[in-house]
Design a binder for this molecule. Structure first.
Ligand SMILES: NC(=O)C1=CN([C@@H]2O[C@H](COP(=O)(O)OP(=O)(O)OC[C@H]3O[C@@H](n4cnc5c(N)ncnc54)[C@H](O)[C@@H]3O)[C@@H](O)[C@H]2O)C=CC1
Ligand SMILES: O=C(O)C(=O)CO
Length: 317
């Protein structure tokens, strides 16, 4: 079998590759692959591994020997899974590999907003503390997570892990029912009610046609003026322009984004404008602990081993 990792460089340094290396007899390792070169690189390949390289219907149709697409991620919105299914090609992903990393990242963003530590750190470095009269500065509002309400959109692996940490901080957790659902399941709350009641809202659903721009001007208008939005799921779940407007107008109090609708974003991406108030942006690092990245590689290798043994593991199409 011939394997091909299209963007192996996106996995970063410091990993052990032996399980993946031994899962296929022969590999083509590519640091990264552009849209222009992906089709050519899939010629003669049986098993393709992609973290974020897009495999669209045309690319899949043109791959002459492709038998398995392994997404080296949980989110698989970069692969046309329906087109793969039409060609009898299973698409598999890796789940649960980054739970401690992503959940701590979300909590760190919530805590950053509640404590305003970045504003205080900047104030100290500017000399405001030394210029002050008292032993402390209290220039930015400090909040307590304890007693606040967290709204979750998506309650799978990551949503549940974030809920556990938030509850440990004394937060009440509301889990949103799917948008457009006609009934609200036991233990869930209608999504509009979550938008209206939550002090903080964290997104943990996949990017699909149902969730694209789920956080739009209407959703933002429903939120409290004091609300804080966190997106570690996928950038296009949030309407960027509507979010920028909401932050500039004070419709919501702040937001933290680990994911943007284009990655890497162009230098002039509207969400990178430093004049947008109360916006934290991290460069898709929530998953990035060494442990998580290593578990990801082991997960891809396990998916390939299972496929070669005739089993379906983590198939998503
Ligand atoms: N920023 C990062 O580094 C990372 C981001 N992710 C993103 O987080 C997402 C969630 O990951 P997991 O929790 O592991 O996935 P999961 O599959 O365990 O959970 C997803 C949840 O979303 C729910 N869901 C599906 N469609 C929905 C909809 N239309 N509305 C509301 N909920 C819906 C599902 O029922 C499920 O409960 C991934 O799809 C991926 O995009 C995942 C890992 C790392
Ligand atoms: O696993 C995912 O979905 C990520 O975004 C990290 O690659």
């Amino acid at each position: 079998m011939q394997g091909c990792f299209l963007d192996a460089g996106s996995m970063g340094d410091g990993l052990t590759w032996s399980s993946l290396e031994s899962s296929v007899e022969s590999w083509h390792w590519h640091h990264n692959t552009t849209r222009e070169t992906v089709a050519e690189r899939l010629q003669g390949v049986d098993i393709a591994v992609t973290n974020k390289v897009v495999l669209d219907a045309e690319t899949i149709a043109g791959a002459d020997r492709l038998k398995l697409i392994c997404v080296a991620a949980t989110g698989f919105n970069n692969v046309d899974t329906a087109a793969a299914a039409e060609h009898g090609i299973p698409v598999v992903n890796v789940t649960g590999y980054a739970t401690p990393a992503v959940s701590q990242h979300v909590l760190s963003l919530m805590l950053a907003h509640a404590t305003r530590w970045a504003s205080y750190d900047a104030a100290v470095k500017r000399g405001d503390w030394s210029a002050g009269q008292f032993f402390c500065l209290l220039d930015y509002p400090i909040e307590e997570l304890d007693g606040q309400t967290l709204g979750l959109v998506g309650h799978g692996e990551l949503g549940q892990a974030v809920a556990r940490l938030a509850e440990a901080f004394g937060m009440q957790v509301l889990v949103a029912e799917r948008p457009g659902a006609t009934t609200v399941r036991e233990g869930r709350v209608a999504i509009d009610e979550v938008f209206e009641r939550a002090d903080m809202i964290s997104l943990h659903c996949p990017l699909t046609e149902d969730t694209r721009h789920l956080i739009n001007a209407d959703a933002l208008a429903r939120m409290k003026n004091s609300a804080f939005l966190i997106n570690t799921a996928r950038g296009a779940i949030v309407d960027s322009e509507a979010l920028i407007e909401a932050l500039r107008n004070g419709t919501i109090a702040g937001a933290a984004l680990d994911v943007l609708d284009q990655e890497p974003p162009p230098a002039d991406h509207p969400l990178l404008d430093p004049s947008i108030p109360n916006l934290i942006v991290t460069p898709h690092t929530a998953w990035g602990s060494r442990g998580a990245r290593q578990r990801m590689l082991e997960g891809v290798a396990a998916n390939i081993d299972a496929f070669r043994a005739g089993e379906q593991r983590n198939r998503v199409n």
